[in-house]
Design a protein around this ligand. Structure first.
Ligand SMILES: C[S@@+](CC[C@H](N)C(=O)[O-])C[C@H]1O[C@@H](n2cnc3c(N)ncnc32)[C@H](O)[C@@H]1O
Length: 247
């Protein structure tokens, strides 16, 4: 079966087209256009948001596959994707893991609709649930999930410490959470990153800053993977058992 993920893996150059257009707009300094595009990545809305969801699906398929390899989802686990966008990571998770249960949240109604459509068979089978929610206020009980991933989202969170505290709360002791980013201060053009911040209101982090967010929220065993050629950053941390020290 031909899927977005298989096309993205077979023809990686194709996935760079949206980024190339976006990078060109950034470097041309088209501030107004750039602001409107980036606002859609922050919270996709309406029919343009549906298109942006399609672009993100194509563009994020390779980094998502890489991140899920590192996260190593296990059979029977409950996994949360925070800021699930079009729901492609949920679908990729279900392909890798039998008997797991996958939950997505996103505060964009447009993305929740797209993610539900993409995962309708999984949802009908009772393996997937997608809710509209803000990452800083999650509608789940304490210690619900074995693993959490959040892919290409951190830039947009106004209060990252509050979001990390909330994600820590819903993770089980000994559970692991991963944050994955393509735009960081490590290896990317500083001028382009500055434009992203000025025109898009994104927060571009360094690897050390992301690690600090994990540690300050109480995560332990914080580990980092970085692909210099692609500037992909993966940082993960574990929630300690109740008796272990928090830092
Ligand atoms: C760039 S997209 C990435 C989507 C998906 N993770 C992917 O890799 O394709 C960022 C997503 O995070 C969502 N988002 C941003 N801030 C959020 C927040 N505070 N709470 C929930 N979702 C948020 C947006 O609506 C958007 O769907």
């Amino acid at each position: 079966m031909i899927t977005v993920e298989s096309v993205a893996l077979q023809y990686p150059a194709l996935t760079r087209v949206p980024t190339a257009i976006f990078d060109a707009i950034t470097s041309w300094g088209l501030a107004g256009l750039n602001r409107r595009i980036l606002a859609q990545f922050r919270q996709p809305t309406g029919w343009v948001g549906h298109l942006v969801g399609g672009v993100m699906t194509l563009e994020h398929a390779p980094v998502t596959a890489w991140a899920l390899d590192l996260l190593q989802p296990g059979a029977g686990e409950q996994i949360l994707d925070a800021g699930c966008g079009s729901g492609q990571a949920l679908r990729a998770l279900a392909r890798r893991v039998m008997f797991g249960r996958f939950t997505g949240i996103d505060y964009s109604a447009t993305m929740v609709a797209q993610a539900r459509r993409r995962n309708r068979k999984l949802t009908a089978a009772g393996r997937c649930q997608i809710e509209q929610a803000d990452v800083a206020c999650l509608p789940f009980a304490d210690a619900t999930f074995d693993k959490i991933c959040t892919i290409e989202t951190l830039y947009f969170w106004p209060d990252p410490a509050a979001a990390f505290a909330e994600l820590f709360r819903v993770l089980k002791p000994q559970g692991r959470m991963a944050a994955v980013l393509e735009y960081t201060r490590d290896g990317n053009d500083p001028e382009q990153m500055a434009l992203l911040e000025q025109q898009g209101g994104l927060r571009v982090y360094s690897q050390a800053q992301v690690e600090r967010l994990f540690r300050e929220a109480g995560f332990v065993n914080v580990k980092v993977s970085f692909v210099p050629a692609k500037k992909w950053l993966y940082v993960e941390g574990a929630r300690p058992t109740a008796t272990a020290s928090a830092h």
